[in-house]
Design a protein around this ligand. Sequence first.
Ligand SMILES: *[C@@H]1O[C@H](CO)[C@@H](O)[C@H](O)[C@H]1NC(C)=O
Length: 363
Amino acid sequence: MFYRFNSVYRALILVFVMFCLFFYMFANIKLGHVKPKKHRVSRDKGYQNSRAPWCYKLPQEDDEVLDISDYPVKPNSIFFVETSCRHGNNLGLTVRQACTYESTARAHPNSEILILFPAPVFLDADPLPHIREVLSFPNVKLLRVNVERYLKDTPLENFDFVTKMGRSKFSMSHASDYLRFVTLWKYGGTYLDSDFIVIRPLNSIDNFIAAEDENRVNVAVLNVNISSEIGKYAAEEFLKESIRRFNPREWAENGPGSATRVIKRICKETRTRRMTREKCKGFTVYTPPPESPFYPTALKWRFFFNEWVDWKYFDKIKRESIALHMLGHLSDTKRIKKGARKPYDILAREFCPKVYATIKKYY
Ligand SMILES: *[C@@H]1O[C@H](CO)[C@@H](O)[C@H](O)[C@H]1NC(C)=O
């Protein structure tokens, strides 16, 4: 009796161990295939490496995507700059970036939304659904920036951009700082970071920047009208100051730091709250938080990813803001379940409905 029980017991343990082993192998196989097969990278493995600027000098092979230097950029366009090197497959654009582009395209039916890539761009025949939705807007265009050609005959011509970005501790952000300044210097218009949800038109006034706090502006949103004297002057100064003060070690020095120094000189004023359009010679410095139409919650990005918020306050900022900044470099790791009662989800459903419809469960 005892003996028989023991062998049954042993057989059970054996079955259990085998089951565990099988499960472990199965789970491992599954984990190895996180990416859906249909969209696996078929190109050079190097494209998996997102680190800028190693890919900037590679030629553009997919000629469905034009080089910006061959494109007739219209006045009052809205620019995004995507400086990573991960565009070998489906452009490497996230659902949240797609939401930013859709909300911008909707708010500005009469402006072109130009997404610029210093990396080579390959359009998939069968793009991911959220990319397909963005490309369905007739006013959204993807453009390759051939850096060498783009910077010729600009103040950045002798800056040795690619080498300098290679030395930078924050190569992707710094490349984006320089490319936004030189783009506005060339064409004027609006630059916007890819982590906003746009609620209403940005370019109903020209020549503006937004204060981040009492002492600083940032360059997450920036507009210059290069047909106006002040806009042309500001665009030139932003670019030249960032060249003079290139700092490869400080994240905020080249972009926001340079813009802050230039604005303080133009306005002859150090406190952002006191920078009126009159003092700033026709340049608008949007007020700092909490009244800011871009950063009402200041740096408290968690507000948008939380269920326990003051909904009256949420309605108020939705009513009064132009675009809301989600601080993607901090918030991108916060996953959201579709339909969750969180400000981000509510904004996405309303302002990027086509991209939102492609979300299955989490994003
Ligand atoms: C840009 O400035 C010029 C000259 O002041 C003006 O005529 C034009 O309307 C402005 N453009 C925009 C988009 O505000």
